[in-house]
Design a protein around this ligand. Structure first.
Ligand code: S3P
Length: 167
């Protein structure tokens, strides 16, 4: 099985929302590796980070991505940090990967300053800026297409993703 669309990008890019809209519009099943990790572990990502540490979460995430790439043929949204893993990047080669780009201010607005995401605790804006600076080149390297999301509705973004992937 091969996912028809794989969405990558940072927290606040709208991957989960856009994946849901694409699934509805194209009649495809939707999968999200964050939800897969939580379901397999029976606990939230925040709890996994706090109780077992980020390295453990990354190992679970790597397995969840590999399983989804092998076993899902719809729309797949990856957690924001999944592309940092070497095996994951190799597994994404040749796949229909779309990078949902987002700038700092829209990302901060979308995740909210009171975010429950463990990597953002303390200083949401500063942490997002650091993550965007560090990861943007990685997202660009794994993606076949980039779709800008700043100032746009998820519906508009999903329509462009469908268009570039089908083209
Ligand atoms: C993370 C992004 C989150 C989640 C975890 C770590 C990251 O996923 O996997 O909190 O490293 O960017 P979303 O991008 O779906 O929020």
């Amino acid at each position: 099985m091969n996912p028809r669309i794989v969405l990558v990008g940072p927290m606040g890019a709208g991957k989960t929302t856009v994946a849901g809209l694409l699934g509805e519009a194209l009649g495809l099943a939707v999968r999200d590796t964050d939800r897969d990790v939580e379901a397999a572990e029976g606990r939230s990502i925040a709890d996994i980070f706090v109780d077992s540490g980020e390295a453990h979460f990354r190992a679970l995430e790597r397995d969840a991505v590999a399983a989804a790439l092998a076993g899902h043929d719809g729309v797949l949204a990856l957690g924001g940090g999944a592309v940092l893993d070497d095996d994951t990047r190799a597994a994404l080669a040749g796949r229909p990967v779309v990078f949902l780009r987002v700038g700092l201010s829209d990302a901060v607005k979308r995740v909210g300053l009171g975010s429950a995401r463990p990597l953002l605790l303390g200083n949401v804006r500063g942490r997002i800026k650091a993550l965007l600076d560090e990861r943007t080149p990685v997202y660009e390297a794994v993606a076949r297409w980039t779709v800008d999301t700043d100032g746009r509705t998820p519906e508009d973004v999903a329509a462009e993703v469908a268009k570039v992937v089908e083209a």
